[in-house]
Write a protein that binds this ligand. Structure first.
Ligand code: MG
Length: 253
């Protein structure tokens, strides 16, 4: 069942979203050659706690950290560590969630480590833009797959591919609520968007083929062909007009 949020709940979710977006921005500012994803995770964790919020990912399904840190060919769900130092030319996807007074914010972005290749920059930019292409349809009168289709079209017209196995989702008191929000599919299917629906839209885009596999650690999802991947996500609410992005902060990623 899709839970529509009341204006009171949405104002609560704005607070959660703001903290989550600030956590993402903090992670982004830390991304530089030589830093470890473990250090970024710790800083983000401490920031979320300092805001009176709870890191949503920590312990979720047994996940051991507060951010997902996915380097290069890792698409999503990478486990942070203190061993690998980020290198010039890497790209790092950071996904973070914060729960504040019972409501969740969820967002992600891919960051460049120092100077990156033109292709990697294009991958990051296309992934981010595909989110904005998709949410043109995140309004009353459209169905979920209208958004899904727009993301797929934009990504594929730029020569990249969309991951199928993982999708966006409703957000509320739980991180994962109904409906599922795929990043691919034919237009005109799925639930209709209604005012008060809160969803996380999160294109996961591979530079090469769409195929992925899960690492032996049970979490990290990597591209099968070893080519890089990017991720971009915001939590947003359907209104009577343009969608309102809830995971915003002053230095929006
Ligand atoms: Mg999500």
């Amino acid at each position: 069942m899709i839970k529509l949020k009341s204006p009171r709940e949405i104002s609560q979710m704005r607070l959660a979203g703001k903290i989550t977006a600030a956590a993402r921005a903090l992670a982004g500012r830390m991304v530089t050659p030589g830093v470890t994803t473990g250090e970024i995770d710790k800083a983000v964790h401490d920031f979320i706690v300092s805001q009176g919020a709870v890191p949503t990912f920590l312990g979720y399904g047994g996940f051991p950290n507060s951010i997902c840190a996915s380097v290069n060919e890792c698409v999503i769900h990478g486990i942070p560590n203190f061993k690998y130092k980020l290198q010039e030319g890497d790209i790092l996807s950071v996904d973070v969630g914060a729960t504040y007074q019972g409501y969740v914010g969820d967002c992600a972005a891919t960051f460049a480590v120092g100077k990156i290749s033109d292709e990697a920059r294009r991958l990051i930019d296309v992934t981010r833009q595909s989110f904005y292409e998709g949410i043109k349809f995140a309004r009353e009168g459209y169905r979920v797959s209208d958004l899904s289709h727009a993301i797929q079209e934009y990504v594929e017209s730029n020569g990249f591919s969309v991951v199928r196995e993982y999708v966006g989702h409703g957000v509320g008191a739980e991180m994962h609520e109904e409906p599922e929000v795929p990043n691919y599919g034919k237009a005109g299917h799925g639930p209709r968007f209604k005012q008060g629906m809160v969803i996380a839209v999160e294109p996961m885009v591979n530079a090469g083929g769409a195929a992925i596999k899960v690492l032996d650690d049970g979490w990290g999802v990597v591209t099968r062909d070893g080519k890089p991947a990017a991720h971009y996500e915001n939590t947003l609410v359907i209104t009577d007009g343009e969608p309102e992005i809830l995971t915003v902060c002053e230095d929006m990623c």
